[in-house]
Design a protein around this ligand. Structure first.
Ligand SMILES: [Zn+2]
Length: 241
């Protein structure tokens, strides 16, 4: 699963846009950590169903952490790169249109501003001023909903995903390998469920949704994941595989 890192051009109040973008990033980080918690918890709990061997648990957990975080990073890199490519292409097209048909572009900008509630005369005046100052930027923001100075960097997005997933994955990994043998499962299951309640609550709040149901769904999903992998691990262990 890849969290939405794309800036949604739904509202572009000068400050609301930047805040919205920051919240999107924060929410993506919480969801990335959530992925790390669930997948690594499922993995180590499953292996714990089959074996008591601490080094096997550590190896499996660490491999899961690395595989998951790199997969998240690569997926994020690809998706943000594609997004960026299409934004650059749109900007290049806009640049050409501005060069080849400046009058039609001025008309277009005027129309767009008028649609947003300005009177014809004011829209015209605003379009002229915006065009004089920085025509491409004005068209990028009003027409395309993107800020040419703040295109998402694919490497930043990839790193953010990698770190978020890793931070989440460390919890079940450490909870499984640090405590004494009898405490492994209860500590892991307990701390994972608490952590999932926190990430479910935060992501709902950041998305301006009611947290109650999100917490129940998130904790329930994690509990099912651990239950299924534990059952599978136990069956394999009992079968001597
Ligand atoms: Zn245009």
């Amino acid at each position: 699963m890849h969290p939405p890192t794309v800036t949604e051009p739904t509202h572009d109040e000068a400050h609301g846009g930047a805040l919205g973008e920051r919240l999107n990033w924060l929410r993506a980080a919480v969801l990335g950590a959530n992925d790390g918690i669930v997948s690594t918890a499922g993995l180590v709990v499953g292996v714990a169903g089959a074996t008591d061997d601490r080094s096997a648990l550590l190896t499996a957990g660490l491999a899961g952490l690395l595989a998951g975080s790199m997969s998240m990073a690569a997926g994020e890199y690809v998706s943000v790169s594609t997004q960026r490519d299409s934004e650059m292409a749109a900007l290049a097209l806009e640049k050409r249109e501005l060069r080849e048909q400046p009058d039609a572009e001025l008309e277009e900008l005027t129309d767009l501003l008028e649609e947003r509630g300005l009177s014809r005369d004011v829209a015209r005046e605003a379009a002229v001023q915006l065009t004089e100052r920085d025509a491409l930027r004005a068209h990028a923001r009003v027409e395309l909903g993107i800020d040419p100075d703040e295109l998402t960097n694919p490497w930043h997005a990839a790193w953010a995903s990698f770190l978020a997933f890793t931070a989440g994955a460390l919890l079940p990994l450490l909870a499984m390998v640090l405590p004494p043998e009898d405490w492994r499962l209860p500590v892991t299951v307990g701390s994972v469920l608490v952590a999932l309640a926190c990430t479910g609550w935060s992501s709902a709040r950041l998305g301006a949704a009611k947290p109650g149901r999100a917490v129940v769904r998130n904790v329930g999903g994690g509990a099912v994941a651990m239950g299924v992998t534990y059952a599978a691990g136990s069956l394999l262990g009992a079968a001597g595989v």
